[in-house]
Design a protein around this ligand. Structure first.
Ligand code: DGL
Length: 274
């Protein structure tokens, strides 16, 4: 049992580390634990039921570790599991436990980035099929046209450390061309998968310079900061010793090597079995 009450940050694998990095930069005072469910990643092509089952097992692990607040730093889990966790699982307990995702905070602000009122959203198959971004963005920016596309090859390329290779260029160019063929008025491209920032240089290379690329890290970090200011009942129980622990459901050596690429500094992970 972990004696602190850290904020939990979750992803199917490494992608959530891109969000975690922004969160730690903005809010360094808190204790954090990160869990990557690498043994079962990627989640992107799994069914609703499977993503919900995996995510809820991980969320329960965070609760056992003493986390009062868990951030699903994964769009796929946010799209397919968050609603059930918030509206059914957490409702049936009266404890002070909260789970937040990355789609709503992104949808709340993304309309402010576009002048043409045409946004492109790229994500995993699961995120795109759920239409979560179309539904959520419409609530805040009803006049914005959202065109989305799934990029099923991107997460495997990134997870295998091939994101800087020449081979990756083919699939970056292919999906961007497909998206712009669907809507050539897009001026803002949202990377709606926490893995995709690792491809940002290649994405910018193949995208017209008039289109700006938006990643989620800073958006989610500032939304979390705002949430903690509004919810002092949660904020006051989170421990504040400026610590970070990293956990994975698979090999720690792989996690440490790959994780560093996403997080930017050295990582020493611990393995868990769910
Ligand atoms: N990082 C996850 C997301 O934001 C996707 C990775 C996966 O397919 O597991 O959707």
């Amino acid at each position: 049992m972990y004696s602190k009450h850290p904020i939990g940050i979750f992803d199917s694998g490494y992608g959530g580390l891109t969000v975690f990095k922004s969160i730690v930069k903005l809010l360094p005072q808190y204790d954090y634990i990160y869990l990557g469910d690498n043994a079962r990643a990627p989640y992107g092509n799994h069914s609703f039921e499977t993503v919900y089952q995996y995510t809820s097992e991980c969320v329960n692990w965070f609760f056992k570790m003493g986390c009062p607040l868990v951030i699903l730093a994964c769009n796929t889990a946010s799209a397919k599991a968050l609603r059930t966790i918030q509206q059914i699982d957490l409702k049936s307990t009266d404890s002070l436990k909260r789970v937040l995702g990355v789609i709503r905070p992104t949808a709340e602000v993304i309309g402010n980035y576009t002048t043409s009122k045409h946004i492109g959203v790229l994500g995993t198959k699961g995120t795109i099929i759920s239409e979560s971004y179309i539904i959520e963005i419409k609530k805040f920016f009803p006049n914005v046209v959202v065109t989305q596309l799934s990029c099923p090859m991107w997460v495997p390329i990134i997870e295998n450390g091939e994101h800087l290779s020449d081979g990756a260029d083919f699939f970056v160019d292919k999906y961007l061309k497909e998206l712009l063929k669907k809507d050539n008025q897009i001026d803002t491209l949202l990377l709606g998968c926490t893995h995709y920032p690792l491809l940002i240089d290649k994405i910018k290379k193949y995208l017209p310079s008039t289109i700006s690329v938006v990643t989620q890290g800073d958006i989610v970090a500032s939304s979390l900061s705002n949430y903690l200011q509004r919810h002092s009942e949660i904020e006051k129980i989170i421990s504040k010793n400026n610590t970070k622990r990293f956990f994975t459901t698979d090999e720690t050596s792989d996690f440490d090597i790959h994780g560093e690429l996403f997080f930017g500094t050295e990582i020493k992970s611990e393995r868990i079995f769910l």
